[in-house]
Design a protein around this ligand. Structure first.
Ligand SMILES: *Cc1c(COP(=O)(O)O)cnc(C)c1O
Length: 495
């Protein structure tokens, strides 16, 4: 399978796409065509375990990696999940289901891709690198940072530097990152928001001077953000897997269409669902759930993408994003794969903070997407009501999705079976979850965890419980303008 850039460059192999992270023209790599999953293949996958299913789906995109090798990667990556099960599907009421993606090492869905990405990258390095080391740069709104640090920690020939908005992540997310061990890990707060961090990292990525300077120091840049194809591909698997689980449990017949609701920020997770659809998975609707940073809700209603609006800090910080990078990949499909069109919209976005496309001229296929948003009050009510009604504890990101689902259901009455994607453990956001349930504030994160556990009886995951006994190692905070100098400093110290 070959990969091309949304802005025209390429083609490259899947391994090269993973190694480069972003194309030289600033575009994002997409498969040159979508491989199909036939009905027979889906039927064969019914009785496979998760890592076998992953091997099948990923093999279609990384056909240069032998099957046995891919299987050894998926086995190793997914053995880090509770019961080796990265995506269990829980029946809520026979019509709606929750797919829990938070049983990995850092308790967020990003583990599903980031436990596997280092293996894909190491395989690619073996083939394409000329002895240089890999420098992984990450901008994080909270969860990517820790998941990438855990994935790449102590991976040979790799240095990982994570930038996070120092006031824009939850206390526990911050602690998770700051307490990371490993000899190749660096975590730095910046004075700014997530978009500042992401823009800074993107600029470094596309600047030829930086690239040359890194090369002199013996490093080639790569990205663990969801712009990297190696992040998206593993996410396609769990949509296929959820579908097969519902067939296996006789909740649906093979061929029935189902809906997915996805709490969305950078548009990576839901884009993977769209790719599963393009591969032939029977999907009726993809519901894009946003928090009060509702740029995408507007986009899917009238085609206007307008990031000129106040940035709102919410209790679902991993979705506090005004510029969703991966939407560029959807735009590429919407306009019939026209790199010139994509380039023009992206230029407008960077100059004016907005662009508008004509929804009347895009194919009907895209009515697949429905955008809904939840306010902070909606989110809190969803946590409270869902616990009351279903005895199931939601994290704030998943609660945004649940709120969107009920809004959609009220508006449409759509009887299709629906899988709500759950992206984080509620204990990562104990303070807000506890407040949503009880109305009382417990600002100390560890006391909030204890109270939440007392109130709900839901077990506290070890990763969270053990944080209390770990010392923060990485506590530096810098100005956003100093990111590049900081990186040079770190690499010089290493050399
Ligand atoms: C990253 C993240 C999201 C948003 O996912 P995207 O792929 O950026 O749309 C939602 N919920 C949680 C908990 C996350 O960590």
């Amino acid at each position: 399978m070959k990969f091309i850039s949304t802005r025209g460059a390429g083609p490259v192999s899947g391994e090269e796409a993973v190694l480069k992270g972003i194309a030289e023209d600033g575009g994002l790599y997409v498969p040159s065509s979508f491989p199909k999953l036939t009905r027979e293949e889906l039927e064969n996958m019914l009785w496979m375990d998760y890592s076998e299913r992953a091997t099948c789906v990923l093999g279609k995109y990384f056909d240069e990696i032998p099957e046995a090798e891919m299987k050894s990667y998926t086995d190793r990556a997914y053995s880090r999940f509770t019961d080796s099960e990265p995506a269990p599907v829980i029946d809520i009421d026979g019509d709606s289901y929750i797919m829990e993606l938070f049983h990995g090492p850092t308790l967020a869905f990003k583990d599903v891709a980031l436990t596997l990405l280092p293996y894909l990258m190491t395989a690619a390095r073996k083939k394409f690198s000329h002895g240089e080391k890999t420098l992984i740069l990450v901008a994080t709104s909270g969860d990517t940072g820790k998941a990438a640090l855990e994935g790449f920690k102590d991976v040979e020939g790799t240095e990982i530097i994570v930038f996070y908005p120092s006031e824009g992540v939850s206390e526990l997310q911050k602690l998770q990152m700051q307490t990371t061990t490993g000899t190749n890990t660096h975590v730095i707060g910046i004075k700014g928001n997530f978009d500042d961090a992401q823009t800074g990292v993107k600029r470094i990525f596309t600047d030829p001077e930086c690239k040359a300077e890194f090369a002199k120091m013996g490093y080639a840049l790569s990205s663990a953000n969801s712009i990297n194809w190696g992040r998206l591909a593993p996410q396609i698997v769990y949509y296929v897997s959820a579908y097969l689980d519902l067939v296996g449990a006789e909740q649906i017949d093979m061929g029935d269409k189902i809906n997915f609701v996805v709490p969305t920020g950078n548009f990576g997770n839901i884009l993977a669902a769209y790719y599963a659809y393009k591969m032939g998975l029977p999907i009726g609707k993809l519901i894009v759930a946003s928090n009060s940073n509702d740029v995408l809700t507007e986009f899917f209603s009238d085609g206007k993408y307008d990031s000129n609006r106040p940035f709102r800090k919410t209790m679902s910080p991993s979705m506090d994003i005004l510029v969703s990078s991966n939407l560029e990949r959807l735009l590429f499909e919407m306009c019939g794969r026209d790199p010139g069109f994509v380039k023009k919209q992206m230029e407008e976005l960077s100059r004016f903070g907005m662009y508008k496309i004509d929804f009347d001229s895009i194919p009907d296929e895209f009515s697949l997407f429905e955008g809904y948003s939840a306010t902070e009050d909606d989110t809190a009510s969803a946590i409270d009501n869902f616990f009351e009604t279903h005895d199931y504890l939601l994290d704030p990101h998943t609660a945004v999705a649940v709120s969107a689902y009920y809004d959609y259901l009220t508006e449409t009455g759509d009887p299709s079976k629906t899988v709500i994607v759950s992206t984080a453990s509620p204990y990562k956001f104990a303070h807000d979850v506890y407040r949503s349930l009880t109305g009382s504030d417990e600002p100390d994160p560890f006391r909030a965890i204890k109270r939440l556990n007392g109130f709900t009886g839901v077990a506290v995951p070890d990763e969270i419980a053990s944080l209390k006994y770990k010392e923060p190692i990485h506590t530096e905070v810098i100005e956003k303008a100093d990111m590049l100098n900081k990186i040079y400093g770190i690499l010089k110290n290493n050399g």
